[in-house]
Design a protein around this ligand. Sequence first.
Ligand code: ATP
Ligand code: MG
Ligand code: MG
Ligand code: MG
Length: 438
Amino acid sequence: MRLSQYFLPILRDDPKEAEIVSHRLMLRAGMIRQSSAGIYSWLPLGYKVLNKIERIVIEEQDRAGALQLLMPTIQPAELWRESGRYDAYGKEMLRITDRHERDMLYGPTNEEMITEIFRAGVKSYKDLPRNLYHIQWKFRDEVRPRFGVMRGREFLMKDAYSFDLTKEDSVRSYHKMFASYLRTFARMGLRAVPMRAETGPIGGDLSHEFIILAETGESAVYCHRDLVEMAPPPEDIDYGSDLTPYVDARTALYAATEDVHEPERFEKEVPKDKQLSARGIEVGQVFYFGTKYSEPMNAKVQGPEGELIPVEMGSYGIGVSRLVGAIIEASHDDAGIIWPQSVAPFDAGLINLKAGDAATDEACEKLYRSLQAAGLDILYDDRDDRAGAKFTTMDLIGLPWQIVVGPKGLASGEVELKHRATGEKIAISPDDVTERLR
Ligand code: ATP
Ligand code: MG
Ligand code: MG
Ligand code: MG
């Protein structure tokens, strides 16, 4: 992509409304534009990152055996009356009436709708287990939308729902999601710590939140320090095997969000030098809630003896749009964002220091073509602008690599390759750049 033809509305000054660094940097880097409180448009650069995060989530859900589908954003109130949550959910639910005076709502979550889909399609225990998920926009009329996409009113969520015959099977499904979450977040360069959590309006009695430690996090959390460093499950993890060891290794150590924190246990179980009390960002949550929806909504399957059994369920959310902000909170410096390679909007930026100079233009064009041919996604700053401004923009948008091409370097057969994360710069022959970044 040539920057001269791109849409990148960079802000030079800090926007006043942004209280935290990720919100500030997303606005300044031209990633999002607020439409109304807690509702955003995703501009080309931001949308690319959102899509990369979504792709990782899809790959890891699929590997864990979940099946992707897509449910609508607008739901009939009827379903929520069946589960009893229509009145219970309160003001966070955006309620809508259509032209026929039918009560509708913009979905804040999808337990009811998926249960309806399941009960219509599955009648026998032989068709279990199943895990169905979608990635769809949700709306919650948050009391205090703030921090940009971290607490939006409209936000993108991955939500999966598992269906099993027995509690034991359901816990196995829970473990699959638990392990796949560790891998999902690790692939984005994040160390997410699973912590015991309150079940809230979803209900149920077993739940973990996946927390990224950050000073700007909205919840207070307490855990054993060793959990933060624990390596994620390996890439070749077998989801058909018993995953209890991965879960046990983590749940054996104390970790709790403030809602379920037990100060005495914390003091007793965790040595002083291992006690970590910090702030965290909730990037995902998993729930086991048994028959909370299948009972009232009559989602039953025929068991081996012909008897009707309400299915055991769990649900598993990931804040896809919140993750964009969370990754920036975890990875930035004074100059701007530092994207982990896996979610970066482009693989590298190519900076032409003297646009209009025939030799520099030619060297850049050649590099641009060669990098693209190698499958790399490049943002080529071909504009006629000051070098300083170009460097500032590249640092701000945080691409992993910068390739700087100018007449001086070219005279000695070199361009500069800068690693955004470390700031390390090396002089390199233009012919070697592509091989180096491939
Ligand atoms: P929070 O405690 O932050 O309000 P929640 O517990 O209400 O989140 P869940 O119902 O567990 O949210 O939804 C699953 C995931 O969706 C959360 O873990 C979070 O990452 C994301 N999420 C929830 N609310 C928002 C929001 N208002 N804006 C962006 N992401 C959100
Ligand atoms: Mg909430
Ligand atoms: Mg929460
Ligand atoms: Mg939650």
